[in-house]
Ligand binder design. Structure first.
Ligand code: PGA
Length: 253
């Protein structure tokens, strides 16, 4: 049985005041959700604050990206060693906004995944197709290539300590949530692909859905057999919405 995960991705949002409000509220909710892994991934500048506010609660936290280097002359980057020092459990890698706006290739994302993993963080590998790729029926080809780059660099066993987030780009921030049927089919396809390398790893890895997942759509999505929770953008900035999504995960734990 895989423990569900509900993870917020705040992206480039937040102030000291909203971060305080959200972390306090989510810490309480996480304490009441023992059978769900609840986490928030915050802009790096807020991670120290999140650590101070959430330590001692069931709420875990992570970063939205992670550099391939651990230190050195790499202006503007955040090292996995630093993230670990501030108590991060998770590091998102390969979010479509980073792939798109920062030209991160599958190979760069795989290197970031390895850097996070080698330094004790749990990488959250984001994968997913564009609308044009969806229309062309290429969804699984895209997802498989994004995963294969990681397997080539790190080996299949790396997914024993990692999470996959399937996030169709056409669903992110658009209000167009994938239907439970569409999402379940892709999640199943991803798991079958992993099975060709290791049945054990495929059975154990958590695959989250992301893309306009909200309080309304979460219950049916999370009840699908291959959907193990969600990576939540917009709705993770609202206490009531994120709380309702955690409730939906609890119901399927
Ligand atoms: P969204 O974002 O929930 O706002 O669509 C999800 C994500 O990009 O991780």
């Amino acid at each position: 049985m895989r423990t569900p995960v509900v993870m917020g991705n705040w992206k480039l949002n937040g102030t000291k005041s909203t971060v305080t409000e959200l972390v306090k509220a989510f810490s309480t909710v996480a304490n009441d959700a023992k059978n769900v892994d609840v986490a928030v991934c915050a802009p790096a500048v807020f991670i120290g604050m999140v650590e101070s506010l959430a330590t001692g609660s069931n709420l875990k936290w992570g970063s939205e990206d992670c550099d391939v280097h651990t230190q050195g002359a790499f202006t503007g980057e955040n090292s996995p060693v630093m993230l670990k020092e501030f108590g991060c459990t998770y590091a998102i890698v390969g979010h479509s906004e980073r792939r798109g706006y920062h030209n991160e290739t599958n190979e760069v994302v795989a290197a970031k995944f390895k850097s996070a993993l080698d330094n004790g963080l749990v990488p959250v590998l984001c994968i997913g197709e564009s609308e044009a790729e969806y229309d062309a029926g290429k969804t699984l080809d895209v997802c498989k290539a994004e995963i294969k780059a990681v397997i080539d660099l790190c080996g299949i066993e790396a997914f024993n300590n990692a999470i996959i987030a399937y996030e169709p780009i056409w669903a992110i921030g658009t209000g167009k949530t994938a239907t439970p049927e569409i999402a379940q089919n892709v999640h199943k396809g991803i798991r079958e692909f992993l099975k060709t390398f290791s049945a054990e790893v495929a059975d154990g890895v958590r695959i989250l859905y992301g893309g306009s997942c909200n309080a309304k759509t979460a219950p049916e999505l999370f009840s699908q057999p291959d959907i193990d929770g969600g990576l939540i953008g917009g709705a993770s900035l609202k206490v009531a919405d994120f709380t309702a999504i955690i409730e939906a995960a609890k119901a399927n734990a």
